[in-house]
Unconditional design. Structure first.
Length: 82
C-alpha cells in the first residue's frame, strides 16, 4: 500500500497482545508503529480472552527486532529505525 508516495507495509501479528495486532512499517521514513505489541513502560499486556498468547507476543517482538535497523554511525544517517 502507498500513502503520500511512501510504501507502507501492514504486517498482521496473530495472537500477540490480541488476535488482531498489526505492525505498520513506513518504509521510506524507516518508522515502525507497534501499537499494543510494544509498551516501553511495562511488560506487555497479553489479552488471553481476545486471543493473545505469550508465544505470539514473543514472535511479534522478534519480528520488530528483525525489521528494525540499529542506530550505527553511517555518513548519511544519524539514527536507525524509529
Amino acid at each position: 500500500m502507498y500513502l503520500n508516495g511512501e510504501g507502507i507495509e501492514i504486517l498482521h501479528q496473530p495472537a500477540a497482545h490480541t488476535d488482531g495486532d498489526v505492525i505498520v512499517f513506513f518504509r521510506r521514513s524507516d518508522v515502525l508503529v507497534a501499537g499494543d505489541v510494544l509498551d516501553t513502560n511495562r511488560f506487555p499486556v497479553i489479552d488471553v480472552a481476545r486471543g493473545g498468547t505469550i508465544n505470539g507476543e514473543i514472535s511479534a517482538l522478534n519480528r520488530l527486532v528483525d525489521l528494525a535497523i540499529p542506530s550505527v554511525p553511517i555518513v548519511s544517517r544519524d539514527a536507525g529505525t524509529l
